[in-house]
Design a protein around this ligand. Sequence first.
Ligand code: ADP
Ligand code: MG
Length: 303
Amino acid sequence: MLQVKNLTFSYDTAPVLKNLSFDVAAGNHFAIIGESGSGKSTLLKLLYGTYDLNEGQIFWKDQEVLGPKFNLIIGPEFMKYVAQEFDLMPFTSVAENIGEYLSNFFPEKKKERTQELLNVVELEAFADTKVKLLSGGQKQRVAIARAIAKQPEILLLDEPFSHIDNFKKQSLRRNLFAYLKEKNITCIVATHDKEDVMAFSDDMIVIHDHKIMAQGTPKALYQNPENKLIAAFFNEFNLIDGQLIYAHQLQVVPKSKLKVTVNKSYYKGPFYLIEGLAGQDKVFFEHKRALEKGTEVCLEKVI
Ligand code: ADP
Ligand code: MG
């Protein structure tokens, strides 16, 4: 497994990460979430050995991951890292980019493997296209395929679907995570998108204020968000009498103590998100139909 022990790091004097410890079991999918600037990308880079730690250690099985002071080449053999700003060969084709690290001694095998990888990222039609002609999202998919070409033991993904449009994102996400599970590749993903986490991560950490604020399965953190930051990651929520209640947990009932006046209805597809006012306080709840501004309704928490 991957073990992170008391990791502390700063670029200059201000600490970015303070005393982080966590384990990731081999084959597991692990998510790092946190607000922008909380240090997710920094943590991934540290796991890859990009910088020297101020304190602490990182191990994969019995091997320590060391920074540039101890290594000429950054990044251990068994790991691949797909950065937020991916780095490809613009003037060569998609297939060549993906196959760059595959051996030329077995051309048939190489072709087969490249085809398999093109399938995973759904770029079969672009095999011969030069990378510079691709969109940002297509380039991101090439970067992912390139990273898994030689089957690393660990894959580090930084906001892996951030440039990919909604038409492709859902199926690509399912394909990629299923492929990684099938090949038993340990995957660590930094993201601010709950869709990358909910159905796909075995475990997750929330980074806040330089530390791990919470750790657990997505289900555990979703069902019992310890605070507003965690609840906000998952869904629209309310703080009512000190209790965090998601918008979908409130339903309209004939009578209750919580009376709100409808202010606005937002169409969400399967439901409307309704913004109501209880005095000065905004209350969000979900409803099958739009409600007219000024309508008064009573709300109750669904058990
Ligand atoms: P996230 O990925 O969660 O948005 P980052 O890891 O990119 O956060 O950044 C964490 C903090 O470290 C931020 O305050 C950012 O400004 C700072 N930072 C990131 N990269 C560098 C760098 N190369 N040099 C100095 N500071 C950096
Ligand atoms: Mg980042």
